[in-house]
Design a protein around this ligand. Structure first.
Ligand code: G6P
Length: 620
């Protein structure tokens, strides 16, 4: 994980690099650092904690430079500390920033230590600086980088500067995102175009194995065989207003209230008057859909919950079975691929290492085709999948996913309709869903009105340390998402159960000290859910129920919050909203850093800390 950025310019770059780091804090915020070239030396500043701490150091030291690299970190190898913060240096000559994980870290570190290099950190990244230094001859940083990466196993995006060149960055990419931002009299490198949104709209995305030399008025890219290559320039207008909070206190709050608009963006140009339009997943997708007999979903976190909701729709609308897997688990078993199975990944960022690795693994299996539902058009997942539907949610900055989730749900409804259409199934149902989707932005708006009622119940929930979330059928994955939201940002332990399972164990937890949040929309399971809630009432449980028209249901302890009446297919999307609002206000009440909760990051671009790199206690 982590975000890297570099700049070569005819103006001072310190401030630009810090601004870019701020935009990439979603990639991690354990520490931040910068290295700025200053003719006869390189100034390195590093600070523990968020980018603001580094910015304060910059204000104090005021270093001026036209060439620099910077980094915001999410710790994998080595705890968050100043010594483990990037940039890492070798012999005050080579300075590097790195995003990714070096898997053969142990062997390379030993080799470098044996040849006399001294290590100042516990990271797997520092060795890259020493390895480049080891290969550095005739002032040729590019050649040293190309030789160094040949020895690396794992994933990396690297930017390096050396003392002998005050005008160039050298960068390299393998399995971690990296791009060049093309400016006027200045060029940049970064993990995400968002980091450069205020500086340029022209980007060149590097491919695996690429290296490049970036100077203020030129850049040159080399492929894995060190051959000079041209890579296409992509023009992207990234709205800068979407990366500021505006009138809201937090990005998460802004993103919750943006959902009527983001849902309408997902639907734009994808619905006709009575049905979904053809080929919205790309040319040729309709043919693939006509042959699709089942779906394999793979995703992580919130995106996984979207897949679990989607399963219900694919069974009912498209009449095909679905499997849903954690991306982190999927490739460590031997999945049996049945004929006609479409492999679908769901990801907000399109850079989640587990999801990407699952896609790459699936490519060697006998899947019919691969398809991705993704929010970032330039992401690796989008580029490596056969078919893609962009959710068009706009940048999501809050670590806890909100609008990305609801736009994924909208996209999954569109996918299930597209498959049904290609197979001539359920035309009347498709027409009804089209109508419901057209009403969706207004229905989301109405559900946002639950805010005032929710604010009244938050103090009681905020003082507890546990919560139970209940739902049935398609609302079970929705309460799982609600419980995840509460955990992520308020640090309250929350568990979700299908309400019918309560009697098989969790009922033992129920007393007056545990808040129980339940979703009770009007549907075929309403009566059964209400009798499950009666079991809770009988044990003195405190209930917070979101439902429609169940005036007969009285609550002795807790509250019933009325939801706007909504149609069947969009109901899971509508009932997601109050759970997001609830988590948001509970976290506000507890005073947590809810846009950047502890230990988490928005985009997890590494698999995990490798076991072999941990120091285990020895037996006495
Ligand atoms: C991280 C984020 C989660 C997100 C998950 C999957 O863990 O903190 O909010 O759901 O990654 O991310 P993706 O970008 O693949 O949807």
């Amino acid at each position: 994980m982590c975000g890297i950025i570099g700049a070569a310019s005819s103006r001072n770059v310190g401030k630009l690099l810090i601004q870019g780091l701020h935009k990439m804090e979603y990639r991690g915020y354990d520490s931040a650092g910068i290295a700025l070239h200053q003719k006869d030396h390189v100034t390195r500043l590093r600070a523990l904690g968020k980018v603001q701490a580094l910015e304060d150091l910059m204000i104090e030291h005021k270093p001026k430079s036209k060439l620099g690299i910077a980094h915001t970190r999410w710790a994998t190898h080595g705890k968050p500390s100043e010594a483990n913060a990037h940039p890492h240096a070798s012999s005050e000559q080579i300075y590097i920033v790195h995003n990714g994980i070096i898997e053969n870290y142990k062997e390379l570190t030993k080799k470098l230590k044996d040849s006399g290099y001294q290590f100042a950190s516990q990271t797997d990244s520092e060795l890259i600086a020493h390895l480049i230094h080891h290969h550095y001859k005739n002032n040729d940083l590019l050649c040293a980088m190309q030789l160094a990466i040949k020895e690396l196993e794992g994933a990396y995006a690297i930017a390096a500067v050396d003392l002998n060149h005050k005008d160039q960055l050298v960068i390299a990419r393998y399995k971690s995102p990296l791009l060049i931002g093309v400016g006027i009299e200045e060029n940049f490198a970064a993990s995400d175009p968002l980091a450069l949104a205020q500086l340029t709209s022209d980007f060149v995305f590097l491919e695996d194995g690429d290296t490049a030399v970036v100077k203020k008025d030129s850049y040159e890219i080399f492929d894995a065989k060190s051959k000079s290559v041209n890579r296409e320039v992509t023009h992207l207008d990234i709205e800068t207003s979407s990366v500021t909070k505006g009138e809201f206190s937090h990005f998460m709050e802004k993103e919750i209230f943006e959902q009527p608009q983001s849902a309408s963006n997902t639907l734009e140009s994808r619905l006709g008057s009575n049905d979904v339009l053809d080929n919205i997943f790309g040319l040729g997708s309709s043919e693939i859909f006509s042959e699709t007999k089942r779906i394999q979903f793979v995703a992580c976190g919130t995106s996984l919950h979207a897949g679990k909701v989607g399963r219900f729709w694919f069974e009912e609308i498209a009449g095909i079975p679905c499997y849903v897997d954690f991306a982190s688990e999927y490739r460590y078993r031997n999945p049996l691929v049945e004929d006609g199975t479409l492999f679908v990944t769901i990801s907000q960022s399109g850079e989640t290492a587990d999801t990407l690795a699952a896609l790459r693994y699936a490519k060697d299996k006998d899947y019919l085709s691969t398809l991705s539902i993704c929010n970032v058009p330039t992401s690796s997942l989008a580029r490596e999948s056969d078919h893609v539907l962009f959710t068009n949610a706009g940048p999501e900055i809050g670590v806890a996913s909100t609008k990305a989730f609801t736009t994924q749900l909208v996209s999954l409804l569109l996918l299930s309709m597209s498959i049904a259409k290609s197979q001539d199934k359920n035309p009347i149902m498709r027409e009804a869903i089209t109508k419901e989707l057209k009403d969706l932005p207004a229905a989301i708006n109405a559900s946002l009105d639950t805010k005032t009622a929710i604010q009244k119940i938050t103090p009681a929930i905020a003082e507890k340390n546990n919560a139970l979330f209940l739902g049935r059928g398609i609302f079970f994955p929705i309460v799982q998402e609600g419980a995840l939201k509460l955990k992520e940002i308020s640090y309250i332990h929350a568990e979700a159960y299908p309400a019918g399972e309560l009697k098989h164990g969790p009922l033992a937890l129920v007393d007056d000290s545990i808040p129980i949040v339940a979703l009770s929309p009007e549907n075929d399971l309403t009566e059964k859910l209400i009798s499950n809630l009666e079991e809770v009432k009988a044990r003195g449980g405190t209930l917070y129920v979101f439902g429609e028209g169940q005036d007969q249901f009285t609550i002795d302890s807790g509250s019933y919050i009325g939801m706007p009446k909504c149609n069947k297919f969009i109901a899971p999307i509508i009932y997601t909203i109050p759970l997001q609002i609830l988590a948001y206000y509970v976290a506000c009440h507890r005073g947590t850093d809810l846009d950047q909760p502890r230990n988490l990051a928005k985009s997890v671009t590494v698999e995990s800390v490798s076991y072999t790199h941990l120091t285990l206690p020895t037996k006495a």
